[in-house]
Design a protein around this ligand. Structure first.
Ligand code: FAD
Length: 542
């Protein structure tokens, strides 16, 4: 007999993992071994546009986990299942084969995953296996917070106020899950369970391989493992050191002058929108993959300062820590929206009234893509396929947009403000359907997460939860001056503009851009803005 914990892509850690911890307690109580299962499901990854970088990060973390679990004599059994349709029955067969009477897992809130887990519940019941799915992803689980009318919050600010109140009324929200109990050493002698220790985690998955160079870059930017995640968090909270110092490759040249004792979080309230400095934590890949628990982030902020009330989570706007915790609340917010509104998992706009907004005609079917490529080769600029291609490559002629896109292409990560700038440029200036951008981000980001990515895209496209109406349209030039005043970020990612001084770096004069081989703007912002306002005012009309 045994107890199985089924680990999924969003909970790659041993510490403070609720389902794993419960599974361990149960196994200990029954005196049977705990087994950990991870299933690679390539069809799911294709269906959900999972990036190669995210898969690589998953495998790197699994490899670390396999070692830390082995220290507790717990096997991590990783196998690939090719057909997503039959995944539930494959899990049940596995449980039966392993003599499991209990299955534990953390809930995944996306529609496909919920359906799969419901089918697991039904199948397991028929076989006398008790399946338990628990909340772990958020600080406060979906379903707890409601408006006075008993509805889910769809606007962030009131959500955040209610989140703060609930959090501070119930310390259990940041309580750490119980430590794991080791398996008895005799597990190695078991004919059934012993061999589970002998299958190593594969270093790549067919169809999702990164080049050796890229693999190395990713390992430098975002080293795997729970220790690395804690280090990234602690560096952000307690030192001025750049997150990127953990890796050999820095997105910006190291700045030796930055030796102040203040930590990055101290300045977060004032600096967080700056992209020319290392202002944020860069914890998102770790949080998206669950390499660190979000509760640990909350606890760490509480440990931080003597002045803070240790029994209270700081969520105010007046301190860097408080503003940073508000970002964690944004993460919860989008998961709550996703859990309550399944349509956002299905490619529908959150605000149904914008379902008919007319986007430029661009579809990504393979045939279409081929046709667009041919047109582009023929130099027919201005067609939607060409503008999407130039947006993806960072060749729009808007330096801050291009720098942001090239940063994503190189690192698989970019600062939040740049995500907003490039997303708004695609949807409002180029009038390209947000789903095209959402998909490109998922395919390229190392931290790709449906709730946060969809939330961010729909917010930027004004089809989502933004409390401001559709006429919030960023001006890419003034944004550029605000977030990268001296142009250092642009110089790093758009090196052809490195020689430009002053305001020219934000808006290169056409004759100079021509000389430097940098494209002229793909579209005039003011004209594009007028078009976007017209189309949003009258959905269905172009
Ligand atoms: P910090 O500023 O240090 O924030 C700490 C943590 O809070 C982040 O790691 C993240 O987990 C969470 N967080 C911060 N801002 C947000 C936000 N706006 N929404 C949700 N969570 C937030 N984040 C993802 O994790 N995955 C995505 O796929 C993703 N796609 C996005 C797409 C768009 C168009 C936009 C505008 C935002 C997207 N975000 C996404 C949110 C945000 O940009 C990143 O979480 C943030 O840039 C990560 O950097 P950091 O870890 O240094 O953040």
């Amino acid at each position: 007999k045994s107890v199985v914990y089924w680990m999924r892509m969003g909970d790659l850690r041993v510490a403070d993992n609720r389902a794993l911890s419960l599974a361990s307690l149960r196994a200990h109580k029954l005196g049977v071994p705990l087994l950990v299962l991870f299933i690679l499901s390539p069809q799911d990854y294709i269906a959900h546009d999972r990036s190669k970088r995210r898969i690589d990060f998953t495998l790197r973390n699994l490899e670390k986990m396999q070692r830390s679990l082995a220290e507790l004599h717990i096997p991590l059994d990783v196998w690939t299942h090719p057909l997503r349709r039959t995944l539930s029955s494959a899990v049940i067969s596995y449980l039966k084969r392993m003599g499991a009477t209990f299955l534990f897992a953390n809930i995944e809130y996306e529609v496909d995953e919920l359906r799969r887990d419901i089918s697991i519940c039904n199948l397991s019941r028929a076989d006398g296996i008790q399946a338990t799915f628990v909340h772990d992803k958020c600080v406060i689980e979906p379903g707890v917070l409601a408006t006075k009318q008993g509805k889910v919050y769809t606007v962030y600010s009131p959500f955040r106020r209610s989140w703060e109140q609930e959090l501070n009324a119930n310390p259990h929200y940041w309580k750490k899950a119980a430590e794991l109990q080791p398996n008895a050493k005799s597990i190695y002698e078991s004919e059934l369970y012993g061999p589970l220790f002998n299958t190593p985690v594969p270093s790549s998955l067919e169809g999702f391989e990164l080049s050796e160079k890229e693999k190395e870059n990713m390992a430098n930017f975002f080293p795997a493992g729970e220790d690395a995640a804690v280090q990234v968090l602690q560096r952000f909270l307690t030192t001025k050191a750049r997150a990127s110092q953990l890796g050999a490759v820095s997105p910006l040249a190291p700045d030796a002058k930055e030796n102040s004792k203040e930590s990055r979080v101290t300045n977060y309230a004032t600096d967080r929108s700056r992209v020319d400095k290392d202002t944020s934590s860069r914890l998102s890949p770790y949080l998206a993959a669950g390499v660190i628990s979000v509760r640990e982030c909350i606890r760490a902020t509480m440990e931080l300062k003597k002045g803070f009330n240790k029994a209270k989570v700081e969520v105010s706007k007046d301190s860097g820590v408080g503003v940073w915790v508000q970002e964690i609340a944004w993460r919860d917010f989008y998961v709550h929206v996703l859990a309550a509104c399944p349509r956002v998992s299905m490619g529908r706009p959150f605000l149904e009234k914008y379902a008919d907004v007319v986007w430029e005609d661009y579809q990504e079917e393979p045939e279409r893509r081929e046709k667009e490529a041919i047109k582009a080769q023929e130099g027919q600029a201005g067609n939607p396929g060409e503008s999407v291609r130039r947006w993806k490559e960072g060749m729009t002629g808007y330096p801050i947009v291009d720098a942001g896109m090239r940063c994503i292409n190189e690192m698989g990560w970019v600062h939040n403000r740049l995500r907003m700038i490039v997303a708004m440029f695609l949807t409002k200036d180029l009038m390209i359907d947000w789903r095209v951008g959402e998909r490109y981000f998922m395919e390229n980001l190392i931290d790709g997460d449906l709730a946060a990515n969809n939330g961010g895209w729909q917010w930027s496209a004004s089809t989502g939860t933004d409390a401001a109406p559709y006429f919030r349209i960023f001006n890419p030039y003034s944004q550029s001056e605000k977030v990268d005043p001296a142009g250092d970020f642009i110089r790093r990612f758009v090196p052809e503009l490195a020689s430009l001084k002053g305001k020219d770096i934000h808006k290169p004069p056409p004759h100079i851009a021509d000389k430097l081989g940098y494209p002229r703007p793909i579209i005039q912002h003011e004209e594009a803005r007028t078009r976007a306002l017209r189309r949003f005012k009258n959905p269905g009309e172009s």
